[in-house]
Design a protein around this ligand. Structure first.
Ligand SMILES: NC(=O)c1ccc[n+]([C@@H]2O[C@H](COP(=O)([O-])OP(=O)(O)OC[C@H]3O[C@@H](n4cnc5c(N)ncnc54)[C@H](O)[C@@H]3O)[C@@H](O)[C@H]2O)c1
Length: 390
């Protein structure tokens, strides 16, 4: 097991995995249709922020790591890892066929001796469908579903520390997947495919539910005119059973919402807790806009700044960010919206935005905003400025 090809390799999951495997001396090729990202990688530039990734990229690029759009080289790989995703559509239904379509596209470039690894988050039952697909094509399947569970931005650190789940189609597939993942992971957990598919979805959904609980408490307490973080800090103070109670915040990004909706579809839409979490988390932007509206006695024609447009702090990823939902709702109420974000090149400088703003909503608690002192009304559901402003 020497050569590993990653399909979708220049994305947020493919790059940390590719770097980790190159660091452990595998020959890694990142296959991607995104020509710009492929060129960036080959020029030793990361297409997005990922802590600790630049050093590994520098050490391995053009040695045992390369990116390419030339898919013919897939057939040269000992193992082929698929990391393209299963999104949900506009009705919140998983587009199960997306990952299957990608695999079908590359079937004629694959060989029956290769280990196929599914690393994407997939709808329960998809691994078995793909095993059947490969059986039909090759008469045999050597496949393992090995879900990625890293948190975005800290993937490099986490990939070497998290246990790796392996759900194989056969003993041979298990042994070969272990040869790869035991090099980067401290512990292997063997499961059946559907068990592993559920582990991945439940992991992300659990996080989404935790944020929803915090967000509903935030809205409940603030609605009463009481400062949420006074209550929150008292709940948590030296009280071990509340140690993991997260702060309120915009729960967004490409995974948590989508995976909760996948689990809901899997449970034939009986997943009331998941649906409630979606309503709460997706309803928070509206609550924040109304909070500011009350504080300012109306926002029509006033200049409102949103600080932070990315979906999480100190990161440059805007996918599914709820700051854009806030922007849309402010515009609907005829406010003049100003945006700021140190990670977006197109956004105007923070000083300029703050000079003009009549009111502020904190969209993302980037470190760059820590020392801001505001003289205008603001809304901060994250509790980021809470103590600073007392
Ligand atoms: N982002 C995360 O932190 C994270 C964590 C765990 C799991 N996941 C899961 O991993 C999967 C991928 O997520 P991501 O965040 O890396 O997405 P991404 O959009 O960052 O990366 C996907 C990559 O696949 C490429 N691609 C798309 N279609 C292709 C094709 N036909 N052939 C070759 N390349 C193709 C894209 O150009 C892109 O570079 C999803 O299932 C997601 O749920 C993501």
């Amino acid at each position: 097991m020497k050569t590993i090809g990653i399909i979708g390799g220049c994305g947020h999951v493919g790059i940390p995995l590719g770097l980790a495997l190159a660091h452990k001396n595998f020959d890694v090729t990142l296959f991607d249709i995104n020509t710009a990202a492929v060129e960036q990688i080959n020029h030793c530039i990361l297409p997005f922020r990922e802590e600790g990734a630049a050093e590994i990229l520098r050490a391995h690029i053009a040695k045992n790591l390369a990116a390419t759009t030339d898919m013919r080289r897939i057939r040269e790989q000992d193992a082929v890892v698929f990391v393209t995703g299963t999104p949900v559509d506009e009705h919140h239904n998983p587009k199960i066929n997306d990952v299957i379509k990608v695999i079908k596209t590359y079937l004629e470039l694959m060989t029956k001796d290769q280990l196929v690894v599914l690393r994407s988050t997939i709808f329960p039952g998809t691994t078995d469908l793909i095993i059947n697909l490969l059986n039909d094509a090759f008469g045999v399947t050597k496949l393992a579903f090995c879900p990625e569970r890293i948190v975005q931005g800290k993937g490099i650190e986490e990939i070497f520390n998290l246990p790796q789940i392996i759900a194989p189609s056969s003993e041979e597939a298990y042994q070969e997947a272990c040869l790869i993942f035991s090099k980067i992971s401290p512990r292997i957990i063997r499961l059946a495919p559907k068990e592993a598919e559920l582990v991945k979805l439940i992991t992300n959904t659990w996080r989404y539910l935790e944020f929803a609980a915090a967000n509903e408490f935030y809205m409940m307490v603030e609605n009463e005119g009481i400062d949420f973080y006074t209550v929150y800090n008292a709940v948590k103070a030296d009280y071990p059973r509340a140690a993991h109670f997260p702060k309120a915040g915009l729960a967004a990004g490409p995974c948590l919402f989508k995976d909760t909706m996948q689990l809901s579809a899997f449970y034939q839409n009986n997943f009331f807790l998941g649906q409630a979490a979606m309503l709460i988390n997706e309803g928070l932007p509206n609550f924040l806009v109304r909070q500011l509206e009350k504080k300012m006695d109306g926002i029509s024609h006033k200049k409102i700044a949103i600080l932070g447009m990315t979906f999480k702090a100190n990161n440059d990823d805007i996918r599914e960010s709820l700051s854009f939902k806030i922007k849309k709702q402010l515009e609907f109420k005829m406010a003049v919206v100003l945006i700021s974000d140190p990670y977006l090149n197109a956004a105007p400088p923070l000083d300029e935005v703050l000079k003009q703003a009549d009111g502020v909503i904190l969209g993302t608690p980037h470190d760059e905003y820590k020392n801001i002192r505001l003289a205008v009304p603001f809304v901060d559901c994250w509790g980021f400025w809470n103590r600073v402003h007392e």
